[in-house]
Design a protein around this ligand. Sequence first.
Ligand SMILES: Cc1cc2nc3c(=O)[nH]c(=O)nc-3n(C[C@H](O)[C@H](O)[C@H](O)COP(=O)(O)O)c2cc1C
Length: 332
Amino acid sequence: MAEQAAKSDAPIDPVALRRAFGTFVTGVTVLTTREADGTPRGMTANSFTSVSLDPPLLLVCVAKSASSYAAFTASNCFAVNILHEGQVDVSATFASKSPDKFLSVNHDAVHTGAPVLTDSLTWFDCSLYNSVDAGDHAILIGQVRAFGTSPTAPLGFCRGQYASVKDPLPNGWLASHGMIIGYLVEAGERLLLRSDGKGGWVLPSARRRKADSQLMLDGGDALRLMPEETFLYSVFDVADSDPGYLVYRARLAGEGADVALPESLRFFPVDDLPYDAIATHELRAMLRRYVQERHAGRFGIYMDSDDGGRVAMIDGQARAWLQATHNQDQGQ
Ligand SMILES: Cc1cc2nc3c(=O)[nH]c(=O)nc-3n(C[C@H](O)[C@H](O)[C@H](O)COP(=O)(O)O)c2cc1C
């Protein structure tokens, strides 16, 4: 037996027990819900556990002493937002008693109406499936109604300290490891390019893919995209350059005519792109493929590989996921 083992008939010391629980390495989440009048409420929690795939269930434990306990147990929905490594400040805010925790974060209603933090590693929007009274906590079991995730590194927690986690995603997939997330943003037969400041043009880029339709570009400009029209397009490395590219195709909300653009961003006619001023041959090749596939009305997804890469063609129009799974269930 280990030296610190508690004897079975001895009373359990809660401080030592908390310390022992704390040796289990977890991520960090922010639980969110709304009061009856719509006021958002949230708290930091690491008691998250995945429970079931069919039906899709997860659980979290909320202390009866938390001031948002009543809001969580009265509401029929909540969201679990798993934090990424850059969100220690968000964890600290939501672990505090601050009355305006939501002022420092962007959030959106996605499915149930619970506030989903638009910048997070992963979010689950849940309806309340069951709640179980458990000592000084309540176990909330949520049924996942929608979720989203992004390729960033998680924030870890162990022994009461934030910890960095060696993410199992392959090197180069993590935004924090220098992956450039580029966007092919179209509006009315035109494609958006960004000046590289040296007379050349590159794709506009953002630090990470946003869960909502607001895209914060590197350089500080914001664009509003059609939320249902952003798809992965290409994943590739550029010769002699460290970071790889992860490229999405997207469409600007509206036709783009009314968007005031800074000098560094410019729309070019899709059929008249400045290929000679595109810095790398990988980007040029990707833009040529994009224009061709756009004319054919059929887009592929490109993945780099040692033998020159692979394009998987995607047939048909994009459909809502819920519609697609419903049709599958009906045998269509
Ligand atoms: C990393 C971390 C994990 C936490 N996990 C939980 C948890 O799982 N359940 C819980 O009730 N409180 C947890 N807390 C404590 C709450 O975040 C804290 O009590 C907060 O002040 C509650 O907010 P509220 O009183 O505004 O509801 C955690 C705090 C931290 C920093």
